[in-house]
Design a protein around this ligand. Structure first.
Ligand code: ATP
Ligand code: MG
Length: 225
């Protein structure tokens, strides 16, 4: 599903990822850990195809990204639900419109009925049912973050890449979010989740990858954080 071979990423001569290699199989759930500035978001942006590595190669769904055609890249992007660390909602669109954009560019009227039901279910689950028609700019930081998660999940992705999606959440919302990620994972979706939240990692035991000094160590078993 994901394969990184000797990936390096440099910014103005500073090497953030140094010969990082790892494989993740379809259906796995992996925590990405590491201190602030360790390179978690950088790695996730590469996986979300938002940026390219300085060297090395990345394959997703069996396709090597640097040789993939535009159409293949488009299809890969459609299969990924990416929750960036910086929430990027369209401020004068409603919550529903922001989520619907993940499925169709034709606005909420172009949404298939099934997608409507699915979006409403996800919004309810995330405690956003009553905020459906609110403009994104009127949301709290935590609410906006949950909308970003709803948007990533609504398209029924095969791979979820979530960058500290619980960073602005209270306990209850954190576990609602985790519940959705775990349910997706049980139904076969591959999940990679960057977090600083040791309670999540302790309570929901999964494999961990630790980024440190540009290098990654991958625990074969569920880790103790
Ligand atoms: N576009 C960029 N230009 C220059 N430097 C960058 C850029 N993006 C990231 N960096 C640098 O790369 C390093 C890793 O940043 P990154 O955001 O990946 O860390 P992180 O592990 O996600 O940290 P945090 O836990 O704080 O989110 C940092 O030193 C950062 O300043
Ligand atoms: Mg980050």
């Amino acid at each position: 599903m994901i394969s990184l071979k000797s990936v390096c990423k440099e910014f103005q001569g500073q090497r953030v990822l140094d010969q990082t290699s790892f494989e993740l199989n379809r259906g796995e759930f992996l925590y990405l850990l590491g201190g602030t500035g360790a390179g978690k978001s950088t790695l996730l942006r590469l996986l979300a195809t938002e940026e390219q590595p300085s060297s090395g190669s990345i394959s997703l769904f069996g396709y090597t990204l640097d040789t993939a055609s535009k159409a293949t890249l488009q299809a890969i992007r459609q299969s990924i639900g990416y929750v960036p660390q910086e929430v990027r909602l369209i401020s004068d669109f409603t919550v529903l419109e922001n989520v619907a954009l993940s499925i169709t560019t034709g606005g909420r009227r172009a949404l298939p009925a099934q997608a409507h039901v699915r979006i409403n279910e996800i919004l309810e689950k995330l405690g956003l049912g009553t905020k459906r028609d609110r403009l994104a700019r009127t949301l709290s930081g935590g609410e906006a973050q949950r909308v970003a998660v709803a948007r990533a999940l609504a398209r029924n992705p095969e791979l979820i890449i979530a960058d500290e999606p619980t960073g602005a959440q209270d306990k209850e919302s954190t576990w609602s979010l985790m519940d959705l990620f775990l349910k997706a994972n049980i139904s076969g979706v591959t999940v990679i989740l960057a977090t600083h939240d040791s309670e999540i990692v302790r309570r929901v035991r999964k494999r961990c990858a630790l980024l440190k000094n540009g290098r990654m160590t991958l625990e074969e078993l569920a880790c103790i954080y």
